[in-house]
Design a protein around this ligand. Structure first.
Ligand SMILES: [Zn+2]
Length: 303
């Protein structure tokens, strides 16, 4: 067992290797040039192109969605098994080996919308189901707010408006969970950069590289949090799963930076501080506003 783990961690660190080029002679079907290699040096056509087979018909078919054969499956596999090392290889310039990060993000967003609205094991529209549940909750809360006799009419109106707003916001987040993850992670990437820019593996890390790495890490997390949606977990279990999945961001960051787990974790926690401060400020502002609104007498001139 120990041997296997060691073998696996060794494998994780090895960059992808491109197959050696065949010495076979090709004649380009487009421009007629004789050459050795995988692509025609004159017009760029692949030497693989010949008569149609199901395989290249299928490749053409998935090319419609920009998948082509630029390592989509390799990128997914490596994001699951060796995310940080893969990102490092990509940043060092191995761009042909892996599917580009932003394109991948875009495709994952499209796919997860499909999964939410029916492409799952039960074939149900989970988005609609979730929104019905939320609507019920908002209606109940609004009724409670209206029935409460200790508050003024204005305050009740504000509360109702707040519940409506929360409902709409929940819908937006549910519809584009990727967007929420993206905003969080991008806010996170600034402080993370400051703490990791002199890391052992990439001692001259740039902010732009940190940003690209972050997009790959988001892709990894989005693939993971798609699992409960595909398997139709209950919404409660899904939320628990998603939170655990987010913790896994430690793994790629550790592999990418070359720090130990502890060094990575404390740096990530420190990077969270500005993030928490933003939230704290937000809550304090909300609290002050709601306090002021529920005590209108504070603003009336004293007689
Ligand atoms: Zn050619």
């Amino acid at each position: 067992m120990k041997k296997r783990i060691k073998k696996f961690t060794q494998w994780q660190k090895v960059p992808h290797r491109v197959k050696p080029m065949s010495q076979e002679d090709h004649v380009c079907a487009t421009c007629g040039r004789h050459y050795v290699g995988n692509f025609c040096p004159q017009c760029g056509q692949s030497s693989q192109i010949g008569r149609y087979s199901f395989k290249n018909a299928f490749l053409l078919f998935i090319d419609v969605w920009g998948l082509g054969n630029r390592g989509m499956f390799r990128a997914i596999r490596d994001l699951m098994l060796r995310p940080g090392y893969m990102i490092r290889d990509y940043l060092r310039g191995m761009q042909m080996a892996y599917f580009p990060p932003f394109k991948m993000l875009f495709l994952i967003c499209a796919l997860s919308l499909l999964v939410e609205t029916g492409l799952n094991i039960k074939g149900i529209n989970r988005y609609q189901q979730y929104m019905e549940m939320e609507k019920e909750y908002a209606t109940r809360k609004k009724a409670e707010a209206k029935a409460d006799k200790t508050h003024t009419a204005e305050w009740k109106e504000i509360q109702v408006a707040v519940y409506d707003m929360i409902y709409i916001a929940e819908g937006k987040v549910r519809q584009n969970p990727q967007l929420a993850v993206l905003v969080y992670m991008l806010l996170f990437s600034g402080p993370l950069y400051l703490l990791f820019r002199h890391c052992p593996a990439i001692p001259d890390l740039r902010l732009s590289e940190c940003f690209v790495a972050m997009v790959y890490i988001i892709n990894m997390l989005l693939i993971l949090i798609m699992i409960p949606s595909v398997l139709c977990f209950s919404f409660r279990n899904e939320a628990i799963f998603d939170q655990f999945a987010l913790l896994l961001a430690v793994i790629p960051i550790k592999q990418l930076s070359g720090y130990s787990y502890w060094s990575t974790i404390w740096r990530m926690l420190v990077a969270l501080i500005p993030f928490c401060l933003i939230f704290l400020t937000f809550y304090i502002v909300i609290f002050i506003i709601s306090y002021a609104l529920s005590h209108p007498q504070l603003f009336q001139p004293s007689v």
